[in-house]
Design a protein around this ligand. Structure first.
Ligand code: MN
Length: 244
């Protein structure tokens, strides 16, 4: 399955374009399964170490510490099914993750009402320049150089929750060239989806259009040019990404 990259011009600003001193940036929009409608993206939040086995493989304690988040840029998203091997790295890792798309925002959202804020779910990849991230970690510096690079967030189409329900269990699996690399289950999330939304909303004002990458199970590893990654989450279509 190949999806084309979809980028929308911001039509709401079209009347005022003469006031911009340069061309205004384009808005990013995600495809929706079985529809020609689009989901406009505002922010992309990502949670770190949200499966115990992955925390351990990265050298950390699997105990339930408070969650932590970083961000990717909306225009790092890519819906094409192609991942171009990035520059300045020789150790790019796959991280398969369930992605949550919000239709409603707010602050201090309760766990009990958090799922009312969800539009739908998608299968995504938090591609990571692990060597660069490792250097930043060592120096106590921010992670953007390892995480928020061009096309670092491949993502399949969003499935509305009206169709998928709100999955809290189900296998998460990534294969590379047919070999299983990552396996886990949504029921192993250290911080589940309502908890994540609630926690994030205490620190940030969430809004419609926000995405949350919910963390990756263990088995993260390097890819090379020519690899085919098949991202599977129970109940969703497989999302296939080839490395070029
Ligand atoms: Mn991740």
């Amino acid at each position: 399955m190949t999806l084309t990259v979809i980028i929308l011009k911001d039509v709401s600003m079209s009347e005022n374009t003469t006031r911009f001193v340069i061309q205004p940036p384009v808005a990013v929009a995600a495809p929706i399964k079985g529809s020609d409608k689009l989901f406009p993206v505002r922010r992309v939040y990502c949670i770190g170490r949200n499966y115990a086995a992955h925390a351990v493989e990265m050298g950390h304690d699997p105990d339930r510490e408070p969650p932590f988040f970083f961000q990717k840029n909306p225009d790092n998203l890519d819906f094409s099914g192609v991942f171009p091997y990035p520059e300045k790295t020789s150790d790019v890792h796959h991280e398969i993750e369930m992605v949550v798309a919000l239709k409603k925002g707010g602050t201090n959202i309760s766990k009990e009402t958090a799922l009312d804020h969800v539009y739908g779910y998608a299968v995504g990849l938090d591609m990571t320049r692990r060597d660069l991230q490792g250097e930043m970690k060592k120096m106590g510096r921010p992670w953007e150089i390892g995480k928020a690079f061009e096309r670092s967030a491949p993502m399949g189409p969003i499935v509305p929750a009206t169709e998928s329900g709100h999955p809290s269990a189900g296998e998460v699996k990534l294969t590379v060239n047919g070999n299983v690399r990552q396996t886990g289950d949504l029921n192993q999330l250290i911080w589940n989806i309502p908890e994540m939304i609630s926690y994030l909303s205490a620190y940030f004002e969430l809004a419609p259009g926000d995405l949350i990458f919910t963390g990756t199970p263990s088995g993260v590893a390097a890819i090379i040019k020519g690899d085919e990654m098949v991202c599977h989450v129970d109940g969703f279509d497989d999302f296939v990404v080839t490395v070029e």
